[in-house]
Design a protein around this ligand. Sequence first.
Ligand SMILES: Nc1ncnc2c1ncn2[C@@H]1O[C@H](COP(=O)(O)OP(=O)(O)OP(=O)(O)O)[C@@H](O)[C@H]1O
Ligand SMILES: [Mg+2]
Length: 228
Amino acid sequence: MNMITAKDLCRDFKLGDGTTFRVLNNIQIEIPEKKLAILRGPSGSGKTTLMNIIGALDMPTAGTVTFDGKNITAMSEAKREQLRRRDIGFIFQSVSLIPIMTAYENVEFALRMGGGKMSKAETKARVTECLSMVGLAGRMNHMPQELSGGEQQRVAIARAIAHRPKVIFADEPTAELDSLTAKAVVQIFKKLVEQEQVTIIMTTHDVGLMDMADVVYMLEDGEIVKNG
Ligand SMILES: Nc1ncnc2c1ncn2[C@@H]1O[C@H](COP(=O)(O)OP(=O)(O)OP(=O)(O)O)[C@@H](O)[C@H]1O
Ligand SMILES: [Mg+2]
């Protein structure tokens, strides 16, 4: 089954001088469920733009996106917001943990925002489980500034997965990490795909990470040029 299918996607931006600039040109993409997918391509090729559209953050100028069987390009903004909150987790290049909360509290806060009704005990168990899955059982009470860059990114991963989303979108999650730490983060993604049955889509420039993915899509000048 495909988790996400995009058909004939175009995204145009209006520039300040009144002209139109086409960033995505007739994209076709099928992303299988419960896999780790990598979206690669040079800077400016449209990776973030595409990810924002299939992640229901942005609307295409033309084309449709089907997410878990639902046409999200035909949904109301309220429905899209609900889908983002319940079914999607986002991870960004620059980790944005809340600086006055511990690792534990950061994940707990996100889990509460995720919407599901959970008892105190269930919440505690899930937060602990997620931090353990990313190898941070021993760092739960550290503040963000008391964690290394790689550890902070792992808290962000625990935070993204806690509410059991169907899909995690990670935009250049390893760009600020050294190559060994970057590999460790992708290893965690692979583990989460197995254990949590989640679909993960990440963008990266790092060619050293490609063979860790189940599927790689290559974007060039707003078009998918390679798929495999
Ligand atoms: N709001 C906007 N208005 C006009 N052009 C935009 C806008 N957002 C993005 N673009 C253009 O779209 C192109 C693709 O941008 P995008 O951020 O998707 O690239 P990317 O592949 O993620 O690059 P990077 O690897 O540097 O993050 C760029 O050339 C950029 O100038
Ligand atoms: Mg980008």
